[in-house]
Design a protein around this ligand. Sequence first.
Ligand SMILES: [Zn+2]
Length: 379
Amino acid sequence: MHARHALRAALVAVVLVTSASAAHAQVCYRLPFTHVGDPWGCTSACGRTSPHRGTDFPQPSGTPVPAVADGVVRLVTTSSCLGNVVVVAHADGMFSGYCHLSAVSVGAGANVSSGQTIGNVGSTGTCTTGPHLHLTMSDHESGYWTGSTVDGYAYITSHTTCNRAPRGYLDTAACTGIGGWAQDQDTPDAPIDVHVYFDGPAGSPDGHGYPTHATISRPDLCTAIGSCEHGFHMTVPPQYFDDTDHAVYAYRIDAMGGANPLLGDSPRTLHCAPALFDSATSASIPAEMIPSDGGVAHGDGGPVIPVYRVTSGCGCRVAATAPGASSLGACSAVAAAALLRRRRRSRPAPSEAATRASRPSPAGTRRAPCTRRRPGAQA
Ligand SMILES: [Zn+2]
C-alpha cells in the first residue's frame, strides 16, 4: 500500500516539476533596494542621449546585492561598459542582470534564493559615475547588454506576491474511506483543508460537500513532497451505502484564498453495497457481527449494539430492533428486520456464501431504491 502511494506521490511530484518548468511558473520578486536613482527609460531627464535600459539603485560601495527572486545563475562576466555582471535566470522566463558589481559571490550554474547575496555594489565599468546597482530585467539572457529590457522596477513591484496552487491526489474512493494527500506549496509544512463532494462538483446543485483535513502522517510523502503530515482519510457517509454509483470530487483548499483545484485523479466513482451502521457512531458494522435475525448486532459477548440501515433513496433511516434504536428513524423495527433479512438472503457476504450454500439466493429480491414494502410482503 505504502509502496503504491510512494510511487504515485513521486510520479505526481515529477509531473508537477516538469509542467512548472515548461509552463513558466509564477515567480515572487523583491526589490533589491527601495531607493531608486535613474529610472528605466529616462533620457534627457537623467542626462542621457539614449533611453536608460536599467534601473539604478545608488548604494554605498560594498553593499551586498540580493537576488531579486529564486533562480539559477546563468552568466558571470565582465563588460567594459557595465563592469562585473551577474545574470540570473528565473522560472517565469525572465533574466535579472546585476551590473557594476565590485565583487561577485556566485558562480555560473548556482541556484540562488530570493534575497541571497550574489555580489556587492560597486562602480566597475566605464558607464558609471558612482557606486550603484544597475539592474536589468529582460526576457533574454543577453538583454542586460543588448538593451532588450523591460522596466525592472515596474516588473518587480507587480510580481511581489504570488500564490502557487495547492497540489495533491485522490488515491482512493472506496467504501472503506476516501483518501489521498494534499499540500499548499506556499505553506508546505502546514495542514491543508480538503473538501470532498459527492454526486457533483462544488457549486453544482447535486454536489454535497464534506470538509476534512490533510494532517495524517504518510512516510511516502516526506521525500516526495518534502513534508509528511499531508494525508487525509474520510469515512464514507452512511447514505452512500446504497448500491448506486456516486461521483466523488475532492478539492484542495488554498491557504491564501486562491483557486481550489481538484485533486489529481478526481473525480472517482464510489459504489457501496448496503451496509449496517452502529447507531451511535455511524461506523460500519462488519457483516460477521450481524446475527441471523437481522435486527441487532452483538459484540463479543458484550452489550447489544443497536444497528440501522440507511435507505438514502427514501431519505428514511430504518431502526433495528434494539434498545435505544427507535429514535433513529420513522420506519418501524419490523420493517427494519424484514429489510435486513432480505438483504442477507439476496446479498450474502463472501464468508456466508460458503456456509450457506444450500440457501437459495433468488434473483429479483433486491429492493428497488425508494420502494417501501410492507413487512413480510416480499416473495
Ligand atoms: Zn544604470
